[in-house]
Ligand binder design. Structure first.
Ligand code: PEP
Ligand code: MN
Length: 352
């Protein structure tokens, strides 16, 4: 259910509606919009008594939301969600494009600083790097843990990049929430409902990657788990799904971009690295993602990919990253977007 407030409803009237909903034993989610505030109601199995709600001062109407996902739905919030980062130009959603770049894993201070310096110079606003890695093999490199988080905190200080890193479980979630600017929940954890709920209790943006075989509805229901706990800053990320195709690691499903945008207000990023698993496919798919309306890119970059401890074959060279930024700068205006200030679109191209 959704309580739509009148355009000129006062904050006190909105609060009174929230209090009323909570007194009934439900959860109230005030959602301010450009035109008016709406209050989402969750936790109700059946119908809430509309009459009493509609009689409250400032209420315009009470409507049923028919989709299974409520807070993630455009029915509840018409305007696109824009996530801002205090003290920076970095935004995710809206007219700008967000670029999150860095290695698959933080391997050493030197490796992380080298890559961070190069992606910052080419205009990335966010640095990614795994501290806790979800590896298929228990014998593969598992990440440097807290040491990696400390290195990334230094990178934030040094380059002004916002930090994005994955939480694998409730223990790493606590640490990641303390050190990072954006908490990543990986494809393998997209339906780890207890982890999603815990992330929902935090007040930090969550980058939610699509599960390897998740439908659009399952993807949005995972976002809903986070939002139902009161954390509305969810960023969706398409990273490829499993299909019969054997020319790539995964099949990057760019058609989910407009499909998601039709039904949800949440920003959507595309990860062409995990989406293809091949360095030579990353740039074409990054260009296609932006042309297709994505709000930005998550991309793996490594200065020595042949020596990388994880995902070397899909990591692009810093020179290729600069070239990608140049391309995105040209494509952005075609789709009514712009690269944020500070991004140089004429940086020298070519692999280094
Ligand atoms: C990653 O971003 O490093 C990662 C492991 O991604 P995914 O969860 O999409 O496989
Ligand atoms: Mn990776």
């Amino acid at each position: 259910m959704l309580v739509v407030m009148k355009a000129h409803a006062t904050p006190e009237e909105v609060q009174a509606v929230c209090d009323h909903i909570e007194r009934l034993g439900f959860r109230a989610h005030p959602l301010p919009g450009a035109q008016r505030t709406a209050v989402g109601i969750t936790g109700n199995q059946g119908e809430v008594d509309r009459g009493n709600l509609e009689a409250l001062p400032g209420v315009a109407e009470v409507i049923r939301v028919s989709k299974p996902y409520k807070l993630a739905s455009r029915d509840v919030k018409e305007e696109d969600t824009v996530i801002r980062f205090a003290g920076t130009d970095a935004v995710i959603g809206g007219n700008g494009l967000a670029v999150i770049a860095g290695p698959c894993s933080i391997e050493s201070r030197e490796q992380a600083f080298t890559i961070a310096g190069q992606v910052a110079a080419a205009g990335a606003q966010f640095f990614r790097g795994g501290a806790y890695k979800p590896r298929t093999s228990p014998y593969a490199f598992q990440g440097l843990g807290i040491e990696a988080l400390r290195i990334m905190a230094e990178i934030r200080e040094r380059f002004g990049l916002r930090i994005v890193t994955e939480a694998l479980d409730s223990e790493s979630l606590e640490r990641v929430a303390e050190w990072a600017d954006v908490i990543q929940i990986g494809a393998r954890n997209m339906q780890n409902f207890s982890l999603l709920k815990r992330a929902g209790m935090l007040r930090k943006p969550v980058l939610l990657k699509r599960g390897m075989s998740a439908t659009l509805e399952e993807f949005l229901m995972a976002a809903e788990y986070i939002m139902s706990e009161g954390n509305y800053e969810v960023i969706l990320c398409e990273r490829g799904v499993r299909t019969f195709s054997d020319h790539a690691r995964n099949t990057l499903d760019l058609s989910i971009i407009p499909a998601l945008q039709r039904v949800s207000h949440l920003p959507i990023l595309v990860d062409p690295s995990h989406g293809t698993g091949r360095r030579d496919s990353v740039l074409p798919m990054a260009r296609a993602a932006i042309a297709g309306g994505a709000d930005g890119i998550v991309v793996e970059v490594h200065h020595q990919p042949e020596a990388a401890l994880s995902d070397g074959p899909q990591s692009i060279y810093p020179g290729q990253f600069a070239s990608m930024m140049d391309d995105l700068g040209r494509i952005a205006p075609v789709v009514g977007r712009s690269l944020p200030r500070g991004i140089q679109v004429n940086v020298a191209a070519g692999a280094s």
